[in-house]
Design a protein around this ligand. Structure first.
Ligand code: DUC
Ligand code: ZN
Ligand code: ZN
Ligand code: ZN
Length: 472
């Protein structure tokens, strides 16, 4: 068979297997796995791992984040950063702003992304205004158009859903087979803590973490699970930060409920202490994200959950703001209280190296589990499998060549995102992406972007088998 590309001499890793073989590509797809494949274009992968391109199913790009606040990435910079970090697909959010049509919001994001992306993208929706029109017509129509998952929030003034609204939204998801992602932190408890801290004059960025302790996340996680059980709908609890919320999820899973869970690099590498900065100063804002990072005991719990299967996905929750900017972390209002510091940190480019280094290189998880947590499960859960998420005949040739022994120090100056800092400045890793291929074409190589802007497509997704209710 005539091949366009052969990746030769590497070790192919999937969620279940590790095999020495060549990978043959014709057009955009993998058409052969075998020995001694020959092609017009050959890439020498000896000494390297041949992994499915990373899929990051939780990133925020060009999302409105409050008055005067601007996200640091557009679709071009975010997807370039993703590609340089070994990813071939990202799933950002199309956020519905209250009082507006969900469809109009989606079209708006599509316009921003069209002809801008270096890797493939597909949008989740964020439902913030579940009117009868949205629940009855817009959402079902969008789900049929391939937007098969959406996120809901249990906190934030502009986004929070009341319990009754959550239940109504869950019911639509059950009926339409959509996968719901839940941001589980309790609105009222955060309000209470925030006002108490502000009264006491405790307003530095560090108190962001104090205002959202684990109990706040645990309570909301329990409530989300209970509502999902009542309706009988599977849900994905995103960005789980520590032991307390995780125990709720484990409990639900042990009872046979379809509760899925995601965690992120910040919860295995950062702690609330990082928000203190050197001197309880504004530099702690660089680490303000929600939920906040916890402590070392929680990090250990998250590792246990990654190993034992409580978590299905490991995403970045890339949500970049510039630090040294009045439209970013140093927004003028943020000096009066942590409550006005934009929530989120950049991480789409560093997700894979951090999990590989801390997980695989340090012997905490297997290589196959790494692939499952960073690519395969994202494709399966979000309706992209068997097109994306593995290396096998028929899959898109979305591949990253990975050097398991390469040592790097994460530094802002080597990254491609639009932020002006990384929370992992100086963090040492073993294992690094050397080449990223999107549907058979090289997008990033040796830390340089060589792909074409606009080569990334906006994809529709299938309904996910993971979204099927357990009952009838
Ligand atoms: N939730 C996210 O998913 N990302 C950033 C901030 C937030 O609250
Ligand atoms: Zn969230
Ligand atoms: Zn309870
Ligand atoms: Zn997020």
């Amino acid at each position: 068979m005539e091949l366009d590309l052969a990746i030769k001499g590497g070790t192919v890793v999937t969620a279940s297997d590790t095999i020495r073989c060549d990978v043959g590509v014709r057009g955009e797809r993998i058409v052969a796995l075998g020995e001694n494949l020959r092609a017009q274009r050959e890439v020498d992968a000896s000494g390297l791992l041949v992994l499915p391109g990373g899929i990051d199913s939780h990133v925020h790009i060009a999302q409105p984040s409050g008055p005067g606040v601007v996200m640091a990435d557009d679709f071009a910079s975010a997807t370039a950063s993703a590609a340089a970090g070994g990813n071939t697909m990202v799933l950002p959010f199309a956020l519905q702003q209250r009082g507006t049509s969900l469809r109009a919001c989606v079209e708006d994001y599509r316009r921003k992304a069209e002809n801008e992306c270096y890797v493939d993208t597909a949008f989740h929706l964020i439902v913030s205004d579940p009117t009868p029109e949205v629940l009855g017509q817009e959402l079902p129509a969008l789900l049929k158009d391939g937007y098969t998952s959406f996120k809901v929030f249990m906190t934030y003034d502009d986004l929070v859903l009341k319990d009754r609204e959550l239940l109504d939204v869950f019911e639509v998801a059950r009926r339409e087979r959509a996968l719901v992602m839940v941001h589980a932190e309790g609105y009222d408890a955060i309000r209470y803590m925030t006002e108490r801290l502000e009264r006491e004059g405790r307003t530095a960025p560090y108190y962001h973490a104090v205002s959202r302790p684990e109990i706040v996340e645990r309570e909301a996680t329990h409530r989300a699970i209970s509502h999902a059980e009542l309706v009988d709908v599977p849900i994905m609890i995103v960005h789980v930060s520590g032991r307390e919320a995780m125990e709720q999820i484990r409990w639900a899973q042990s009872r046979g409920l379809k509760i899925y869970a995601e965690t992120c690099p910040q919860y295995i590498t950062l702690t609330a202490e990082d928000l203190q900065g050197p001197d309880m100063d504004m530099s702690g804002a660089k680490y303000v994200c929600s939920p906040p990072p916890r402590d070392e005991e929680s990090q250990a719990a998250i590792w246990e959950g990654l190993r034992s299967g409580v978590f299905q996905t490991f995403s970045s929750d890339h949500c970049p703001f510039r630090y040294d900017s009045p439209s970013g972390k140093l927004h003028p209002n943020g000096r009066s209280s942590f409550r006005w510091v934009p929530n989120g940190i950049p991480g789409v480019e560093t997700r894979l190296p951090i999990l590989f280094s801390e997980g695989v290189s340090k012997g905490r998880i297997s290589l196959n589990r790494f692939v499952e947590l960073t690519a395969t499960n994202h494709a399966k859960i979000y309706g992209l499998y068997p097109r994306k998420g593995s290396i096998g005949v028929g899959f898109d040739a979305d591949i990253v060549l990975w050097d398991p022994n390469r040592r790097e120090v994460i530094r802002q100056e080597i990254l491609h995102h639009g932020a002006d800092y990384t929370p992992w400045e100086g963090f040492e890793v073993t294992g690094w992406p050397m080449m990223t291929l999107l549907r058979g074409q090289i997008v990033a190589e040796g830390g340089r972007i060589v792909g074409a802007k606009g080569a990334g497509r906006i994809l529709a997704r299938d309904v996910s088998a993971y979204a099927a209710p357990s009952g009838t």
